[in-house]
Design a protein around this ligand. Structure first.
Ligand code: GLN
Length: 188
């Protein structure tokens, strides 16, 4: 069974653990550098608050090792705040890990429209439910990045090599298509 580490410093990590199990893999929590050194087939950066997660990553000494592992090819899936952590650019702010060729716009839908649900096409999986919570969107992608989903003309999911990001929260829906898609990326 594939083993997926879920960064468990803050945010919606429990929901990802459940989704990973439902998609047929084993999840474990990463809270420190020992956790990051465990053998894993892939890593999930959950939704939450990117500013807080970025700060904790630095304080716990996880920032550089995590960045190195991603650049060395560890498959990674960032949702929402996780997408922001991976973006090489964040409009008006300094980037965090910056490993993926996307430009993220934070809290892009305004306070009123901060949370909503819809259904849209995702990659080759067909239409899936998407839940957005004070979500970012992707304003721009480098040529090496593949767009996997758009909602109202805005990019909400993308892939670059073994890095996958969604602005929405597949872990909060019953549908496991996105987690299964990620597990395929974590091929042995
Ligand atoms: N607004 C959050 C941020 O900027 C992201 C929200 C989420 O992860 N649900 O980090």
């Amino acid at each position: 069974m594939k083993k997926i580490g879920v960064l468990a410093l803050q945010g919606a990590f429990l929901e990802h653990e459940r989704a990973v199990s439902a998609a047929g893999a084993e999840a474990f929590e990463i809270r420190n550098s020992a956790g990051l050194r465990r053998e894993m087939d892939g890593l999930i950066l959950p939704g939450g608050e990117s500013t807080v997660m970025g700060k904790l990553l630095r304080e716990l000494g996880l920032f550089e090792p995590l960045r190195t592992q991603i650049l060395e090819g560890l498959p990674v899936f960032g949702t929402c705040a996780g997408l922001i952590l991976l973006a090489q650019e964040i409009t008006g702010e300094r980037p965090y890990l910056g490993t993926m060729g996307i430009t993220a716009v934070r809290n892009a839908y305004g306070r009123q429209l901060g949370s909503f649900e819809c259904a849209a096409e995702f990659a080759e999986c067909g239409e899936i439910p998407m839940r957005f919570i004070r979500a970012p969107y992707i304003a721009q992608v480098e040529r090496r990045v593949t767009v996997l989903a758009e909602v109202e003309g805005r990019i909400v999911a993308a892939r670059e090599g073994r890095q996958l990001v969604t602005a929405f929260h597949p872990e909060l829906c019953e549908n496991t298509a996105v987690h299964r898609y990620f597990l395929e990326m974590c091929g042995r």
